[in-house]
Design a protein around this ligand. Structure first.
Ligand code: NAI
Length: 296
């Protein structure tokens, strides 16, 4: 199955960290992108940040000024969902919640054409369950990018029980056309990466709770001796504790409360406090203006 042709309209729903990254990559690769968020200000912020990123990349010689201008011109904000009616592919990157995703896709089915492929960037929710209530469940697949999207090559293309193989193949080829390294996966809890990564986070959180080392020292060990690009705490801060915690909860429940995946009380408290990581200025580390503040 070939990729969607360049010039096709890709709608990205949710303009947070992931949606903005997906939009940036798709527009840079020649696709017309419509970006929507239920918070209009999130769309404006994402468009401004993507424009700055293109400008920066042009400054570093990674794209020409003309390419940056053309990519910016291919990006447009959508004020309402109805504006994505001409999309050939919708990539959903909203909150990690089954009911919210189902409600969004149900609404989208009344807007887009029958040939439009629906993709979800969910980290952990069953693709089968998201698709189950659709009129055409075979057109939905997981298109799971990693954070930060412009830098991370891996994309898990996730098939639910009803997903049409041709749909998964088109999503796979489109991810490859966007310069990514896609892999096929089946809809199991956490898919591949978030399944094998759960013990990485859980064990690190247990070590911290037992005061075996500070977040910084555990991160340093994993980076320096373990060969990981980022330690578990800096990675959780990058991902966002709200997102990371809900992924753990979702995998835990999906495996019938298997104790291997028990969520961390410490991480729950981080979420309760609003210490979400980079995006809130504070997680296990402090960022931005808060970086100057004294550590607790
Ligand atoms: P985020 O919190 O940065 O952004 C989510 C955006 O969706 C927000 O701007 C919010 O206003 C918007 N939104 C929420 N409900 C909406 C609705 N019903 N309609 C339209 N917009 C809505 O979240 P992030 O990190 O971008 O994650 C988005 C999705 O991507 C989640 O499903 C998450 O599990 C997944 N994901 C996240 C990764 C990460 O490292 N943060 C990695 C891979 C996947």
């Amino acid at each position: 199955m070939p990729a969607l042709t360049t010039g096709s309209v890709v709608a990205v729903i949710g303009s947070g960290a992931m949606g903005a990254g997906i939009a940036q990559v798709a527009a840079a690769c020649g696709y017309r992108v419509k970006l929507y968020d239920s918070r209009a200000e999130a769309v404006g912020k994402a468009l401004a940040e993507i424009g700055q990123m293109y400008h920066k990349l042009a400054g570093k010689g990674r794209m020409t000024a003309d390419e940056a201008a053309a990519a910016t011109a291919r990006l447009q904000g959508a004020a309402t969902l109805a504006e994505v009616a001409d999309a050939a592919l919708v990539v959903e990157a909203i909150v990690e919640n089954l009911d919210a995703k189902r409600a969004l896709f149900a609404e989208l089915e009344g807007i887009v054409g029958d040939a439009c492929i629906l993709a979800t960037n969910t980290s952990s929710i069953s693709v089968t369950a998201i698709a189950a209530q659709l009129r055409l469940p075979q057109r939905l697949a997981g298109m799971h990018f990693f954070n930060p999207v412009p830098l991370m090559a891996l994309v898990e293309v996730v098939s639910g029980l009803a997903t049409d193989a041709a749909v998964a193949d088109t999503v796979f080829a489109t991810a490859a056309a966007w310069g990514k390294s896609p892999v096929h996966a089946k809809s199991t809890p956490g898919f591949i990466v978030n399944r094998v990564a759960r013990p990485f986070y859980a064990e690190a959180l247990r070590l911290l709770t037992e005061q075996a080392g500070s977040a910084a020292s555990i991160d340093a060990v994993l980076r320096e001796a373990g060969g990981f690009r980022m330690g578990p705490f800096e990675l959780m801060d990058l991902i966002g504790h709200d997102v990371n915690f809900s992924v753990t909860q979702s995998v835990f429940h999906a495996y019938f409360n298997d104790p291997r995946f028990t969520p961390s009380v410490l991480q729950q408290e981080m979420v309760n406090a609003g210490f979400l990581g980079r995006k809130s200025g504070r997680g296990f580390y402090r960022y931005g203006d808060a970086a100057a503040a004294p550590q607790p």
